[in-house]
Design a protein around this ligand. Structure first.
Ligand code: ADP
Ligand code: MG
Length: 480
């Protein structure tokens, strides 16, 4: 962005709630089932079918609201939003409009330049998803899959508080971290369980009024969101600089990820076009203070609190703490290792280097990919100097498949390091005798020369000497 203009961005995020069934009926909600198998009369909008709100969906929606500090409304309304499209059998979508179930709240983001900022939320509302059209390349027809129709969503609407593509990225990253952490949604953008529309405008710096915004749709990865917003900012600010700001029209555009441009889709419809009105089939959604309190009481801590806890309580590096709190199971895993006696920084390192790699490779939950009891035992052996770190790392997979207890595994393979100081002294003496030049250099103050002596000693020991002990013994024998 240049010195004269600034970007203003507000995001609307649709997030699929992790429920067994749909928002207004018992039809199953799942990803990847054969088309049109997850349907029932309510989903199809057949005459006489009546919607009944899914209590679990409401509970998850309230969890999301509480996680962001929003004000949960004791009374909210379901309204019909009308439009005609083949993926919408009823001819309207049940949503919330005038009275959403949550107002306000904020998402605390990490700023690219360091520090944090609260991005305000306008509202969160509940709504049902529509079906999906599949355009068939073999002919001039499309097919419709209604599996997704009626699936529960929340829409999280931010204030226009974001100022750059990187901030928009950070906002979505944090939103996803929190929603996954509290078990509201899996937020898989590729599967459509997190979808984002970006509203972008530019204005002269110092200007208070908002400029005309363009809404970008079809953003199905965090990188696409970032790229599309950057493109749109560049396009709009170029028009402004050329004195053609009036050419920026309020409209909806689609992001084309291959051509890396936005393309006009339609003019923006007004709320009036949707003919919203309260759904006569559904009573107002009432959330008693007791019910909200019960949901609050069942909430876990939040990732940002846990991140701070890992840093302050255990001295784990901020970058590591951030990585380890992307998933609650991972953060719990680290704390499990610490409870089993692993020094916190080692617990963090081994989790990042070994456990997370295995999760990425196998797709298994972390505690299955690498059982914490086993890893804690390995860390203890390394920490006490009995097993070399490199050996432990190299053997970890074989150790896992062997099913043997770690101490027995390493002992039976001759991988326990020798602690016997007389034996160590003999190997070191032999190494110094074999490498007089390196010994002389080290004595003369060239610290790097110690590597050669350590290497020879390790070889003499068959890998069983402990490198730190070897270094100390070399210096002792050379009188350093
Ligand atoms: P709509 O009902 O058309 O979706 P809303 O008023 O609900 O409009 O706003 C939708 C989103 O657009 C919000 O996230 C809001 O912050 C954002 N927004 C509104 N005006 C602007 C603007 N001028 N520039 C950028 N974002 C904006
Ligand atoms: Mg909108």
């Amino acid at each position: 962005m240049d010195a004269d203009y600034e970007a203003v961005i507000g995001l609307e995020v649709h997030c699929q709630l992790q429920t067994e069934s749909k928002l207004f009926s018992g039809a199953r909600a799942a990803f990847g089932a054969p088309p049109n198998t997850l349907i029932d009369p309510t989903v199809l909008g057949l005459p006489g079918a009546l919607p009944v709100v899914n209590a679990r969906a409401v509970e998850l929606a309230v969890r999301a609201a509480l996680a962001f500090g929003g004000q949960v409304q004791e009374r909210s309304l379901f309204e019909r939003k009308h439009y005609f499209y083949p993926d919408l059998p009823k001819g309207y979508q049940i949503s919330q409009y005038e009275r959403p179930y949550c107002l306000g709240g904020a998402v605390t983001i990490d700023l690219p330049e360091g520090g944090t900022r609260d991005i305000g939320l306008v509202r969160i509302h509940l709504e049902e998803d529509a079906g999906k059209l599949m355009h068939d390349e073999r002919g001039p027809w499309s097919r419709v899959d209604l599996n997704r129709a009626g699936v529960p969503l929340i829409e999280i609407v931010s204030q226009p508080d974001l100022r750059s593509p990187a901030e928009a990225y950070a906002y979505l990253w944090e939103l996803r971290r929190v929603l996954r952490w509290v078990g509201v949604s899996d937020c898989e953008m590729q599967e459509g369980s997190l979808r984002c529309d970006a509203n972008v405008s530019v204005r002269r710096r110092g200007e208070q009024r908002l400029g005309t915004r363009v809404e970008i749709k079809n953003l199905n990865s965090l990188r696409h969101v970032e790229a599309a917003i950057a493109y749109e900012i560049a396009r709009q600010s170029a028009l402004c600089r050329a004195g053609r700001a009036h050419e920026i029209e309020r409209c909806t555009v689609l992001w084309d990820p291959d051509a890396k441009v936005t393309r006009p889709m339609r003019g923006k419809e007004d709320a009036a076009d949707y003919r919203y009105f309260p759904d006569p089939d559904l009573p107002p959604l009432r959330l008693s203070a007791e019910r909200i309190a019960a949901i609050r009481a069942a909430m876990p801590d939040l990732p940002r609190q846990r991140e701070r806890w890992l840093c302050e309580r255990y001295g784990i590096e901020p970058a590591a703490a951030r990585e380890l709190t992307q998933e609650r199971a991972v953060a719990d895993f680290v704390e499990d290792l610490i409870r089993r006696g692993a020094p916190p920084r080692l617990a963090a390192n081994w989790t990042r280097e070994e456990a997370l790699r295995r999760v990425a490779e196998t797709g298994k939950p972390i505690a299955e990919a690498l059982p914490p009891a086993l890893l804690a035992a390995v860390i203890a052996l390394v920490e006490s100097g009995q097993v070399a770190r490199v050996v432990a790392k190299a053997e970890l997979d074989a150790l896992l498949t062997s099913g043997e207890p770690p101490a027995q595994y390493f002992a039976s393979r001759g991988m326990i390091q020798v602690q016997d100081s007389a034996q160590l002294a003999a190997w070191v003496a032999q190494a110094i005798a074999a490498e007089p030049k390196a010994a002389a250099e080290l004595r003369a103050g060239n610290d790097k020369a110690i590597g050669r002596l350590v290497g020879v000693t390790m070889k003499l020991s068959g890998g069983k000497a402990q490198p730190q002990a070897v270094q100390a013994e070399i210096r002792r024998q050379l009188g350093l």
